[in-house]
Design a protein around this ligand. Structure first.
Ligand code: IPM
Ligand code: MN
Length: 368
């Protein structure tokens, strides 16, 4: 699923676990339950270290995450994250101070977001099924508008100007596009890579993306290339999602289109992603956020976190176990859950975790 496999000879992996805020810890607990079952069934070992980064610690200590703490994360084989965002903490502090800081400092320059409709899952797209909705967004994760460059001029006056810079380096754009081509080739489905940008308006930033895309494309004659403006991409994702195989895009557009992607694949309850440093330490997360209003109620859907766990296994090289978890999740969506929405699943959070565990451990057979 991802580019790098660091499968170790001893199959013993060090994992940092950040439960985080809101429902994060609850869904991570279910993911860990499933990962424990996978370890038993497939004979590898995860050595877990829990980290208390998040809103609660920030409110107590005023500390989000220090440079040293981020650097310490480098010694792990992967990181599993629940969610970031606390109702009592001003928006931006945890998002920037924790999530974006880890993404940036650990050079997790790819945000990989599969958009796959599992069997039995309701999609708002009428007449579209699992065979139509199965693509992956490769989102640039270290640059663009997310670098936080900009300034206010004459702040607070009627002449105020606010500037927000989108930084796109050739090296940053190229490594992302290259990853996307490699990924498209490896995925080996329709072998089609679509660049999603806005070349008709962002005539500097996306001119660079366009030029690099076409240059790198020459090295991948087996990959069909396509281009869609971001607004048109949104339209096609709804009208003809089957046209997409892999989409590569910048940080901001990737953020936006993957929420749309999450909705057509059945919602935030199922959408997972990986923040990848293909040469270093990657971090996996359900993309739905902390959903504070559901905290502690045992109603939140843990499948996105469970799928993030599967993506993590794929990346560390435990591909068989990763595939088994995905199969188990598909069996649960097809045969068990009434809905993927919080409180409407027909099961509680922990029961959904149990359903997946039973299937991964072999206690309940899954159709192959
Ligand atoms: C995401 C989130 C983050 C982002 C926020 C929490 C900063 O929306 O992972 O998509 O914008 O990248
Ligand atoms: Mn987002």
């Amino acid at each position: 699923m991802t580019a790098q496999t660091v499968k170790k000879a001893d199959r013993n992996y060090k994992i940092a676990v950040i439960g985080g805020d809101g429902t994060g810890p609850e869904v991570v607990k279910e993911a860990l339950k499933v990962l424990a079952a996978a370890q038993k069934a497939y004979g590898f070992k995860l050595e877990l270290t829990e980290k208390d980064f998040g809103g609660e610690r920030y409110l107590k200590t005023g500390k989000v995450i220090s440079d040293e703490e981020v650097q310490e994360l480098r010694k792990y084989d992967a990181i599993l994250l629940g969610a970031v965002g606390h109702p009592d903490v001003k928006p931006g502090i945890l998002e920037k101070g924790l999530l974006l800081k880890i993404r940036f400092d650990l050079k997790q320059y790819i945000n990989l977001r599969p958009v796959k409709l599992y069997p039995g899952v309701w999609t708002p797209l009428r007449d579209k099924g699992p065979e139509d909705i199965d693509f992956v967004v490769v989102r640039e994760n270290n640059e663009g508008l997310y670098v936080g460059e900009g300034e206010f001029i004459d702040k607070g006056t009627k002449d105020e100007i606010a500037l927000q810079v989108s930084r796109n380096t050739r090296a940053g754009v190229e490594r992302c596009i290259r990853y996307a081509f490699e990924y498209t080739r490896k995925r080996n489905k329709r072998k089609k890579l679509t660049l999603c940008a806005k070349t008709n308006v962002l005539t500097y930033a996306h001119d660079l993306w366009w030029r690099v895309f076409n240059e790198v494309a020459k090295e991948y004659p087996d990959v069909t290339t396509d281009y869609a403006h971001v607004d048109a991409t949104c339209m096609w994702m709804v009208k003809n999602p089957e046209w997409f195989d892999v989409i590569v895009t910048d940080n901001m557009f990737g953020d936006i289109i993957t929420d749309l992607g999450a909705m057509i694949q059945g919602g935030m309850g199922i959408a997972a992603g990986g923040n990848l440093n293909p040469e270093g330490v990657s971090m996996f997360e359900p993309i739905g956020g902390s959903a504070p209003k559901y905290t502690g109620k045992n109603v939140i859907n843990p499948l996105a976190a469970i799928c993030a766990g599967a993506m993590m296994l794929e990346q560390i090289g435990e591909t068989q176990a990763a595939a088994a978890i995905e199969k188990a999740v598909m069996d649960v969506t097809q045969n068990k859950l009434k809905s993927l929405a919080a409180g409407k699943m027909g099961y509680g959070t922990t029961e959904v975790g149990d359903l997946v565990v039973e299937r991964v451990s072999g206690a309940v057979a899954v159709a192959r």
